[in-house]
Design a protein around this ligand. Structure first.
Ligand code: ARG
Length: 421
């Protein structure tokens, strides 16, 4: 029997049922992980320690989540406020790397998972757990991010992912919850969207979102005001950066968490950051996501603008390639890959001069840069102006430049004309 089960193991870090005695469960308080908290105790005859990580999910009551975990039989329930670490060590590097995947997704979930899994390792060790359990399905990116992190940081720990194997649909889970007295948040009648959020953004999946021809229903937008309902008056918000990291909003210096919260609040009011995205997941699927990313839209727009202003044409062309690579590694669950920290060294260096202030006008869903100021701008109004000439720029030199600059292209063009007769 034990041998039979062993044969179902595919990866080195998967747990054999016999070796599961104490499990650290990544617990959100939602239906899946609540059912799981009970199910692990029954199925594995194991103790469960619940860990809930606060990454700035709006409107979450962590006392309630903790109480629920204990009520469902957890031997301990930990809530960790990781917002500062998340902002400093994950979001700030993402800003420096202008991190966007697939032209629109600012990676909030992808940035959160390695930190959540790192904390799972830390708390599993603290509580003497042998196994980490999470609520990810077998179809998503999150399982990759969490399990790759655990396997990298703690080869001695095993992982179980009950949702991949328990073959309960929502109906069966609700049935299980009823039988075991597990309270269901928001009632059982209506299938909710599948939500994930933190201070950098929010995603919704499932229901009509899976029907590509279905335009977004209004009820999906729980964070950002729909642009048509946003104020008729625009608002200009000024973001100040030091070495690539936002440090002030409208002139007021703020800690990063507070600054991102405020930016999100202002963005939400003006309908900023709604994204309807078709995404190439790392596990092969193409999936549609609805994102609400007000803070990320404002910060990434402002950062990219300032970075372009203080960098040369060559730096600007090159960095985009590295930015894309950085975003892809993080999206793909390889946060701990050394190439990511190699790239970060470049990002830090490239951001040394990204200091200044960008003004962004917010109006009914649009965020548009309107002002720029930096002591490091590679810009000289006297040179750029149409009004006069002289100084460093010689208009007389331009024809010579054009002659040589276009030389190869002109020759190649002539050859083709000649060949065409
Ligand atoms: N598609 C995004 C990603 O892969 C968001 C995933 C949201 N996760 C979730 N469990 N609902 O990063």
């Amino acid at each position: 029997m034990a041998d039979d089960r062993r044969r179902t193991r595919t990866a080195s870090y998967e747990a054999d049922p016999g070796e599961v005695n104490r499990v650290l469960l990544l617990y959100s308080g939602g239906l899946d992980t609540s059912v799981m908290l009970k199910w692990i105790q029954d199925e594995y005859d194991a103790e469960v320690v619940a860990l809930t990580v606060n990454l700035g999910q709006p409107g979450e009551d962590y006392d309630v989540v903790k109480g629920k975990a204990l009520q469902l039989g957890a031997v301990a329930a930990e809530v960790v406020d990781a917002r500062e670490t998340f902002a400093r060590d994950f979001v700030a590097p993402a800003i420096k790397a202008n991190a966007i995947y697939g032209l629109a997704y600012p990676l909030f979930t992808a940035l959160g998972r390695p930190l959540i899994a790192q904390l799972a390792v830390e708390y599993a060790r603290k509580h003497g757990c042998d196994t980490i359990a999470h609520g990810c399905t077998g179809k998503g990116n999150d399982q990759v991010r969490i399990e790759a992190t655990v396997a990298t940081l703690a080869p001695e720990l095993k992982v179980i992912a009950p949702v991949r194997g328990w073959q309960m649909g929502r109906e069966e889970e609700i049935e299980y919850a009823r039988k075991h007295g597990i309270p269901i948040k928001g009632g059982a009648e209506q299938t909710p969207y599948s939500i994930d959020d933190n201070l950098w953004g929010r995603s919704s999946e499932g229901r009509w979102i899976e029907d590509l021809s279905h335009a977004p229903d209004d009820d999906v937008f729980q964070l950002v005001t729909r642009p048509e309902l946003a104020p008729d008056e625009p608002q200009v918000v000024e973001v100040t950066f030091e070495q690539g990291v936002p440090v002030a909003l409208d002139g007021e210096r703020l800690g990063l968490v507070e600054l991102l919260d405020r930016a999100a609040e202002i963005g939400c009011r003006h309908g900023i950051g709604i994204v309807d995205h078709i995404e190439d997941r790392i596990v092969g699927l193409k999936v549609r996501d609805i994102y609400e990313v007000p803070a990320a839209t404002i910060m990434l727009t402002a950062h990219a603008e300032l970075e372009r202003l203080v960098s040369t044409i060559h730096q600007n062309q090159f960095k985009g390639e590295l930015d894309r690579k950085w975003a892809y590694l993080v999206y793909a669950g390889l946060w701990w890959e050394p190439l990511r920290s190699d790239l970060d060294a470049y990002m830090d260096r490239a951001n040394e001069r990204v200091t200044g202030t960008i003004g962004i006008k917010l109006f009914k869903g649009h965020a548009r840069v309107v002002t720029r100021a930096s002591p490091n701008a590679v810009y000289d109004a006297a040179l750029a102006t149409f009004e006069t000439s002289g100084g460093l720029f010689s208009q007389q030199a331009s024809p010579g430049f054009i002659e040589l600059w276009s030389l190869q292209s002109r020759m190649a063009h002539r050859l083709r004309e000649h060949d065409a007769g």
